[in-house]
Design a protein around this ligand. Structure first.
Ligand code: FEO
Length: 391
């Protein structure tokens, strides 16, 4: 197995998962992913930074086969895709200790049954010497679990960030070479994993702002030898600025809602508002999440099924609610046959969103002239609201 040198005595020993297409049995991974682990050989001690997903333990074990001793396993985060191989590595290196914060320690005991006597607990800002190399630990709670931390390797100016700044991208490039491609993958990663935590991310970016960083080494996707690229991208995504865009998540059964959606797309386009429609019967929910990073408005369009919104529309609303984007406005459109409670249901599903609800448009049966006028009014309303907040 390939064992790649990043700098003198610092190696990439992670695994690339080219074929994985779903994370948490939920999140689409169209470009695969990687589980990055790093080996740092100091003049006196050797540290392994994170491990890999349990499905790839055999790769990590193979890469370490010539390493006689590991003193420390730095655990940034207890989630299994980075810590899942810790029990096996501890068996291979009986003197190794897991270095982590108290929260992470408890989680590793709960999730992986790591023995209590195998830990060294560290505090925020504490350092650990490997001889000629010094590790500085930086707590970074809620990117994206409460126990997350980062490690700064002082002498080499490398910041190991675990999930923070990561991307779900399987690539043989050690560093982000094609920045346009990595940007898309990192934005997908941000949207799917990090977006609910915009506030703690702001605090954590502030916490590292004075570090002199030459390389950011995350635990998914390529490393960044141009740290400014990913730092600037994050600053844009977590800012309060929104774009003149409408995300239109829709589903139609017999064409009535579809007719409304098509009309509204034209009405918004005529008003110079960018529309991002997602037909929920075929949409990649990751693409929907990416669009929510910037859009000023989300509209859910749904028919009525057994008196309620279509389950896929409820799912899209639930997802938006869980991801808590900075979206400022929302609305609901759709049709019904004889009765229903779709508007109330969708409204109740997006309670986490700090949005102003713009007048919904609900139509009995197929939309007619008066209904299209209401859609024009909704488009006017969106244009007027966007013009107040977007320069
Ligand atoms: Fe990549 Fe939160 O684990």
């Amino acid at each position: 197995m390939l064992y790649r040198e990043i700098k003198d005595n610092i190696y990439y020993v992670g695994s690339i998962d080219w074929d994985r297409r779903l994370f948490d049995e939920l999140i689409p991974l169209p470009d695969g992913t990687s589980y990055n682990a790093y080996l740092i050989k100091g003049s006196k001690k050797t540290a392994l930074i994170d491990t890999v997903d349990p499905s790839k333990t055999y790769e990590l074990v193979d890469k370490l086969k010539d390493i006689k001793n590991i003193d420390y396993i730095i655990a940034h985060h207890a989630e299994q895709d980075h810590s899942g191989s810790i029990p096996d590595i501890l068996k291979l290196y009986p003197k190794a200790k897991v270095v982590c914060n108290p929260k992470c320690k408890n989680m590793l005991i709960d999730l992986l049954d790591v023995p209590e006597d195998r830990f060294i607990e560290i505090e925020d800002g504490e350092t650990l010497s490997l001889g000629d190399k010094t590790l500085e630990f930086i707590y970074a709670p809620w990117v994206h679990w409460p126990e997350t931390m980062l490690t700064y390797l002082r002498e080499d100016k490398i910041l190991f960030t675990c999930d923070f700044f990561g991307s779900h991208l399987a690539t043989s490039n050690l560093f982000a070479k094609d920045e346009d491609r990595v940007y898309e993958s990192a934005k997908r990663y941000y949207a799917e994993i990090m977006m609910p935590f915009r506030t703690p991310i702001k605090k954590n970016i502030d916490k590292i702002k004075d570090l002199d960083i030459s390389i950011i080494a995350p635990s998914h996707g390529p490393l960044y030898d141009n740290p400014k690229f990913i730092l600037d991208a994050y600053k844009e995504w977590i800012s309060d600025e929104v774009k003149n865009e409408v995300v239109l998540a829709y589903i139609s059964m017999h064409g009535s809602t579809k007719a409304m959606v098509e009309y509204l797309i034209d009405a918004l386009t005529q008003r110079d508002i960018e529309v991002k429609p997602f037909n929920l019967s075929v949409a990649d929910i990751g693409e929907l999440a990416i669009s929510l990073v910037d859009a000023a408005t989300i509209i859910i369009a749904t028919p009525t099924v057994l008196g309620n919104a279509h389950p896929l529309a409820v799912y899209a609303a639930y997802l938006a609610n869980a991801l808590r984007p900075k979206t400022r406005y929302a609305s609901i459109i759709g049709s019904y046959g004889w009765s229903g409670r779709t508007i109330e249901q969708i409204k109740n599903t997006i309670k986490n969103l700090k949005v102003e609800l713009l007048e919904p448009v609900l139509v009995k049966g197929y939309p007619r002239e008066d209904d299209f006028k209401l859609l024009d009014k909704l488009a006017d309303n969106i244009k007027s609201e966007h013009s107040k907040i977007i320069k």
